[in-house]
Design a protein around this ligand. Structure first.
Ligand code: AMP
Length: 238
């Protein structure tokens, strides 16, 4: 018998498959490699829940919550928030969204976080289904991040060079104000890159030893990277 899905465009078919699975996908890569943009596309087009620890922390800071006070200094200076805080916040998030496909953008960033993550997923009978590294050279990271702007309201990401908003300083989607993140200034970007090389890059080996880690060149640009991501997710599910 022919399934009606056989006649669907590939992306719809993939979205359908993902919606039926509690898929947990980790995006690894240096700051500015496009993890946030890809996670947003996965949310819009494939129905994933987008978990960005950075956005969660910026939101706490904006709302002046106790977590916000605790993490502010780390986030604005580009240093990593202590693992215990990150794991607590992630635990609450997963408990709230369990059962849905989730893409993790900017988490985990250290080996203890990855181990804590594995334990939390295990507790829900889940696992990491795919780990994708979006790689990018340091020069390109700096070029991209100094031109990055983000909407204060809906968090959509723009780039003054290759993805500007239609109206300068205004979000196309919600009319919110676009701003440059405090940690997207060059000096802080260099520190974030150092932190990435020292503390996050070891995760590549960690996940390579445990699963199959897939690599995509961030230089390919938004659309081609997304094509590659879809191909990886689809192969992983069939
Ligand atoms: P991002 O938006 O992912 O670039 O994160 C912005 C900042 O939030 C980072 O520079 C860190 O200070 C903090 N942060 C985000 N995710 C994590 C994480 N998994 N572990 C520790 N700190 C994090």
């Amino acid at each position: 018998m022919r399934c009606w899905l056989d006649s669907c465009p590939k992306v719809n078919r993939l979205a359908y498959l993902l919606l039926r699975y509690e898929m947990n996908v980790v995006l690894l890569g240096p700051p500015g490699s496009g993890k946030g943009t890809q996670a947003e596309l996965m949310h819009e087009r494939l129905g994933f829940v987008h978990y960005s620890t950075g956005d969660v922390f910026r939101d706490h800071i904006k709302r002046k919550t106790p977590v916000g006070y605790e993490v502010k200094e780390y986030v604005t200076s580009g240093r990593l928030v202590p693992d215990s805080v990150v794991i607590e916040v992630m635990n609450a998030f997963i408990a709230e969204h369990v059962g849905k496909p989730i893409v993790y953008d900017g988490f985990p960033r250290t080996i203890p976080q990855a181990e804590g993550f594995g334990r939390v997923l295990d507790g829900h009978g889940l696992k990491v289904d795919a780990v994708v590294l979006i790689d990018l050279a340091d020069d390109e990271v700096i070029r991209r991040l100094t031109a990055r702007r983000q909407c204060r309201k809906c968090k959509k990401i723009y780039n003054l060079t290759f993805r500007p908003s239609r109206k300068e300083g205004i979000c196309d989607e919600c009319g919110g104000e676009l701003y440059q993140r405090e940690d997207d200034k060059e000096e802080t970007i260099r520190r974030r890159l150092d932190v990435y090389r020292e503390q996050t890059e070891p995760l590549i080996k960690f996940y390579e030893d445990k699963f199959k880690l897939e690599r995509i060149a961030g230089e390919l640009g938004r659309d081609k990277v997304f094509e590659e991501l879809k191909r990886i997710l689809e192969t992983g599910k069939e």
